[in-house]
Design a protein. Structure first.
Length: 255
């Protein structure tokens, strides 16, 4: 019998729970930047509003740190717009690096990527489509495109390139490993990486991140919905960072 992970079940339940604009206004301060950003993209987004809110709050927290912003797995560019518009509002001159094959996913390894929702060539949008959408929102000039497989494009980054924030929507085990291998050394203490499918029942992203953080002993922040995020340098035995709901890679709950 397959073991049922309550975290995955809970994540999927949250992801299926609708959140209306009125709900957002009820629990966010009336001047929260998300209330300005979400209406701009809500009709395009496949992200749950709470996931989008998490991206905004995590990015907003680190915009004062050195380094640019990177997204691995761009799809149709909606999250790219969300992040770029936040940087516009905050007056940041950081670049937004966008990495995607623009021909869909590579071949999944069904030993670790078990869901049929992730297929070779799936979840694709052309670079031309994404560029047109970014131009429509007047954020294309901030973006730096890297087209191709992560394993081939991430190593081409300049040696001194650093990032304060990474949004990793890689879907698969091997793609997530590529991101971790090439980005972790470019992220300083206090920077944040958000993993979109950490709690997706397919399992590949969670396996990749759990294995990586078991070596670094950094903390996994759980949720919202299928997301997980990591603050670089936040260790299981340190009190250096404010944390809401944390787990170590071996599943031990901290708070």
């Amino acid at each position: 019998m397959q073991k049922i992970d309550p975290l995955v079940v809970g994540a999927m339940e949250v992801a299926q729970t609708p959140v209306s604009p009125e709900d957002l206004k009820a629990f966010l301060p009336k001047d929260h930047v998300f209330l300005e950003l979400w209406p701009e993209i809500s009709e395009l987004a496949i992200l749950h509003p709470l996931q989008a809110l998490n991206v905004v709050e995590c990015l907003d927290r680190v915009l004062n740190l050195p380094g640019d912003v990177i997204e691995c797995g761009v799809f149709q560019g909606v999250t790219s717009i969300l992040m770029a518009r936040l940087m516009d509002i905050r007056g940041s001159d950081k670049k937004l690096y966008l990495f995607d094959s623009f021909i869909g996913l590579p071949e999944p390894d069904r030993q670790v990527d078990t869901s049929s929702i992730f297929q070779k060539g799936g979840w694709t949008a052309s670079r031309e489509e994404v560029e047109a959408r970014l131009a429509e929102y007047n954020v294309l000039q901030r973006c730096v495109f890297h087209e191709g497989w992560f394993s081939e494009t991430l190593p081409t980054l300049a040696e001194d390139q650093r990032f304060c924030f990474a949004y990793i929507d890689a879907d698969l085990y091997s793609s997530t490993v590529d991101c971790l291998k090439h980005l972790w050394v470019r992220m300083e203490r206090g920077s944040i990486a958000v993993f979109d499918d950490y709690h997706h029942p397919s399992g590949g992203v969670r396996k990749a991140l759990d294995e990586w953080l078991a070596e670094t002993d950094e903390i996994i922040h759980v949720g919202p919905a299928s997301q997980g995020f990591v603050i670089r340098g936040a260790l299981a035995d340190s009190g250096d960072f404010e944390c809401l709901h944390l787990m170590t890679a071996n599943g031990k709950e901290i708070l």
